[in-house]
Design a protein around this ligand. Structure first.
Ligand SMILES: Cc1ncc(COP(=O)(O)O)c(C=O)c1O
Length: 383
């Protein structure tokens, strides 16, 4: 079966640098190297010296990640019973999702996917002709999963239950009660869980990970791209205590990765070892921007947002009679306002609005004013 076009990546990548107002990105404003050292308070000169004498060979010994970066990843999961042996570094969260899905599914298996989510979670298994069962997260339920439906959807051939938490695009987040229930349901059919947690950390309060519930078949995935503001390092990871899965992932990874970039891993280690400071920078920006964006949306009668986003984006339904692809392409072409069309998540009639890219509050206000001005032509048609 054909692998579908990765819509969001193909839309955003060429547009990102052309946008005047970037509501398309799901990252928090990227740090520079200088900023990384300022934020973490580490010694930049000593780091640069260390870097200059580092061997640029592959990782020798354990290619799944340097001892330093794996220990640093473990430190960011203070309530989970994990060790560096459970961690495998990946080329971004994207590399991790691909390796987990392709590394686990076998002939006869099915996968259950919560939707909307990142396109990899359903279009990779579909392209490999695995039965892909979709649990739709509905706007009228504030995008919360219906556990009875999930229970009815899994069976003995369900190998994997996959979702993003916090969710991309809605930002909806599952906490203890829901995560425990998902673990119980997965256990009942002996399925693995892939919890893509690249947006975890926005809440001031501790945000649970799927690793917190003592289920060995839980697989947590994350990366440096969102809360760490370092997408260009292309460093991600998966964590699982399940030895069979780990071995499969390691083998598949040998075919397409060998090891991650060793310079990238060292830079990522600095942020991971000081993750609370790096997350605090992202949280400050996201909390401020989210309020501004939500207030703006709520003041627009033809835009509707539900749930309480805990990621970097929210999903907005609009009343206008235009496809979201047309609206988004026109907004970019005529006003250099970058948005994401709902079609990227198979949700026509919706727009994904990201609020992490604006470090400057004034620029965010200016961008929203420009978006309001742009939408006036559709508002006028509603009268
Ligand atoms: C839920 C989710 N997972 C994974 C990724 C991939 O990110 P990266 O490969 O940069 O870690 C993204 C990117 O937007 C995402 O939203």
């Amino acid at each position: 079966m054909e692998l579908k076009s990765f819509l969001i990546e193909h839309w955003l990548n060429p547009m990102d640098s052309l946008a005047k107002y970037n509501f398309g990105s799901s990252c928090t404003k990227a740090m520079t190297m200088d900023e990384l050292f300022r934020v973490t308070g580490q010694d930049q000169d000593a780091f640069m010296k260390e870097l200059s004498t580092m061997s640029l060979h592959y990782h020798l010994g354990d290619s799944t990640g340097s001892p330093r970066v794996k220990a640093a990843v473990v430190g960011t999961y203070p309530k989970s019973n994990i060790t560096p042996e459970d961690v495998m570094m990946m080329i971004g969260g994207t590399g991790g999702n691909d390796i987990v899905i392709c590394g686990l599914l076998e002939h006869g298996d099915n996968i259950v996917v919560f939707k909307p989510t990142y396109q990899q979670h359903y279009d990779i298994p579909k392209s490999l002709e695995f039965e892909t069962r979709e649990l739709v997260l509905r706007e009228e339920d504030d995008y919360r999963p219906d556990m009875d439906k999930l229970r009815a959807m899994v069976d003995k051939n369900t190998k994997l239950i996959a979702f993003s938490n916090p969710n991309n695009p809605t930002g909806q987040t599952m906490y203890d009660d829901e995560l425990r229930e998902i673990v119980e349901i997965a256990k009942s059919v002996d399925a693995y869980i892939l919890s893509d947690e690249v947006y975890r950390g926005m809440d001031e309060e501790y945000m649970p990970t799927i690793l917190d519930y003592g289920y060995d078949k839980a697989i947590a995935l994350s990366s440096m791209s969102k809360m760490y503001s370092m997408a260009g390092t292309r460093i991600g990871w998966i964590i699982t205590k399940d030895k069979y899965a780990y071995k499969n992932f390691e083998n598949r990874r040998s075919f397409n990765t060998i090891c991650c970039g060793i310079v990238d891993e060292v830079i990522a280690s600095v942020a991971l070892e000081n993750y609370e400071k790096v997350w605090a920078r992202a949280r400050k920006l996201l909390t401020r921007n989210k309020k501004i964006v939500y207030d703006w949306i709520n003041a627009h009668p033809h835009l509707h947002v539900r749930g309480d986003a805990k990621g970097t984006t929210c999903m907005v339904r609009y009343d206008y009679d235009i496809s979201s692809t047309d609206l988004v392409e026109d907004a970019m072409e005529t006003a250099k306002i970058l948005l994401v069309h709902g079609e990227c998540f198979e949700m026509p009639g919706y727009l994904r609005i990201g609020y992490g890219a604006f470090a400057d509050e004034e620029k965010l206000h200016e961008g929203l004013a420009a978006l309001g001005e742009y939408l006036k032509k559709y508002d006028a048609q509603m009268k």
